[in-house]
Design a protein around this ligand. Structure first.
Ligand SMILES: [Ca+2]
Ligand SMILES: [Ca+2]
Length: 328
């Protein structure tokens, strides 16, 4: 008998609870939350701080973020700022909640962090000087060229060469480069037959490399990767660059593979098929001309050059994309 009374009482409590919930003004379903977020940028260079923005819905009043590889790794801010110091691909999780409900969103490999200082052996941003801002720190010496607006409209942030006695010398040091190199730079010119950058002597058959605009306005990457070896000229597609617009030039020499990209597209490639390719020499690295056997400059460029970066390694396609879109 007691068991029956207890059972009835329990049933009544449940019924009362249901009645109480049913008469509440706000049904439980209205407290449902949904986690969502965005960020400034998903591809970034190491050492960069980025913002995350909460877009969760449902009256959220608590946020718990987890940033793999980030500093800090956890935050309870609504819109936190996170710094990424190490390269890699990292996930981001957000748990959002109110007093009644919570939701979690995890995005794997959401953030890609590059290290564009790794292997950077020359960097001339030409922002008011010809300092080499890489760890090599062999500054350039400007001859006659003047500073002008860069591609973003910033004053004194690119170098202008007038085609007559203007260039920059950057020393004969090989900067640790032997058989791998990536060169990234920007050029704006209406010129033909001008040298953009060279570490090569046009008389001696030594290793070295030249970036230039040829007589028809096409960009070129030529050179040698062995003493008395074949002169290497990647085949060029029809991408003229002497149109007075800024163009991103990217050259790589990966052992015997020479490649040239313009504005993110591969325009020329060739295999030198050298058995032991190398690029070292004792010739001046110059921007804006080439030297011949008697150290007489020639093929001086008329145009603007900016943000010259040289690596002693081959950049990945993501790194190349980053440099082209955002710079160093
Ligand atoms: Ca610049
Ligand atoms: Ca001049």
């Amino acid at each position: 008998m007691n068991n029956i009374i207890l059972g009835l009482s329990f049933t009544m409590v449940i019924l009362l609870s249901c009645v109480k919930e049913d008469t509440n003004d706000t049904p439980m379903s209205d407290y449902k939350v949904s986690a969502d977020f965005s960020t400034d940028i998903q591809l970034l260079n190491s050492g960069t701080a980025i913002h995350f923005y909460d877009h969760s819905t449902g009256g959220v009043n608590q946020w718990e973020w987890y940033f793999e590889g980030g500093t800090p790794e956890r935050s309870t801010d609504k819109n936190p700022t996170i710094t990424y110091n190490d390269k890699g691909q990292f996930s981001v999780s957000l748990i959002c909640s109110n007093y009644f409900a919570r939701d979690t969103i995890t995005m794997d490999s959401f953030i890609t962090v590059l290290d564009l200082n790794e292997g950077l052996v020359a960097y001339f941003p030409f922002n008011g000087n010809a300092n080499d801002e890489s760890k090599t720190a062999i500054n350039g010496n400007i001859v006659d060229a003047v500073f002008t607006q860069d591609r973003f409209g910033n004053e004194n942030s690119a170098l202008s060469f007038d085609g007559d006695g203007d260039w920059v010398t950057c020393g004969t040091d090989n900067r640790g480069i032997t058989n791998l190199i990536t060169i990234s730079l920007w050029v704006k010119s209406s010129d033909s037959n001008g040298i953009i950058l060279s570490k090569y002597n046009i008389i001696h058959a030594n290793p070295g490399y030249i970036l230039f605009i040829n007589k028809d306005g096409y960009p070129g990457l030529n050179g040698r990767d062995s003493k008395y070896g074949d002169y290497i000229r990647p085949t060029l597609s029809d991408a003229k660059i002497n149109d007075s617009e800024w163009h991103h030039i990217l050259a790589t020499i990966n052992n015997d593979k020479w490649e040239l990209m313009v504005d993110g597209l591969l325009v020329g490639e060739i295999l030198s098929q050298s058995l032991s390719p190398y690029l070292t020499n004792d010739i001046e690295l110059t921007i804006g001309h080439i030297i011949n056997d008697t150290n007489v400059p020639s093929r001086e460029i008329a145009g603007l050059v900016d943000d010259v970066a040289i690596y002693n390694r081959i950049l990945s396609s993501k790194e190349i994309e980053f440099i082209r879109l955002y710079g160093l």
